[in-house]
Design a protein around this ligand. Sequence first.
Ligand code: ADP
Ligand code: MG
Length: 255
Amino acid sequence: GAAAAPSLALDGVTMRFGGLTAVNGLSFEVAPGKVRGLIGPNGSGKSTTVNLLTGLYVPTSGGISFRGRALGRLPPHERARAGMARTFQNLQLFGDLTALENVLVGLHASFHCKLWQVALRTPAARREERALRARAYALLRFVGLERSAFELARNLPYGQARLLEIARALALAPRLLLLDEPAAGLTGGEIEAMSALVGRIKAAGIAVLLIEHHMDMVMAVSDEVTVLDFGKKIAEGAPRAVQDDPAVQEAYLGK
Ligand code: ADP
Ligand code: MG
């Protein structure tokens, strides 16, 4: 059948900082329920690309569209509301809240009751609160953290904190998830768990852009891989083909 309409599309995106071209004429697409790996040596433009997608930067030229809508200068919070979620290279959790409460913070974006209803604990507010807690717990189960629901985030082992960050991003019910080095600092077993989780996210129909240095993970979970070097796309395609591409090997060996 016909390929699904892309969730995300970059068309000739360029970003200059003064005389430096950090991203140079970049185009790629991510379809719903697909994982695109974005790799490249240090300084090749991966983080700049993420910052362009989330709206922290506006491209010098070229365009980005999300779910069929040109993003232009749409600010970050409106991109998030439109269904774009991200995780950060450095963890940004609320350490003094439990794992469950961290997810609830994300879910409260979709809270319908008025503040006065919450304050007076009206039946409607209590019903909604119970539903949100059930949803938060289901998200913790989805990422494999149900046994840590009532631990303070700051007491979680690093690998679990990374999973919690993903649960919180999923609380926004995103259509696109930007994962910025989700396996950084994880042990071998934790990387396997993270890979399996990305597989479940993809199976839920969410488009995923995966930036990651662990090649085994990128190659195992990506449907397609885009390779950057000095801001330019130097290769793109199925993981195996990209891995064997001489230009890719040279870009990595040259560093
Ligand atoms: P990567 O994430 O692939 O390591 P980056 O996107 O962080 O690469 O950086 C790409 C290039 O752009 C690098 O040369 C970097 O020094 C430069 N760069 C990134 N952000 C800025 C900025 N805000 N101002 C000036 N130069 C930047
Ligand atoms: Mg980076």
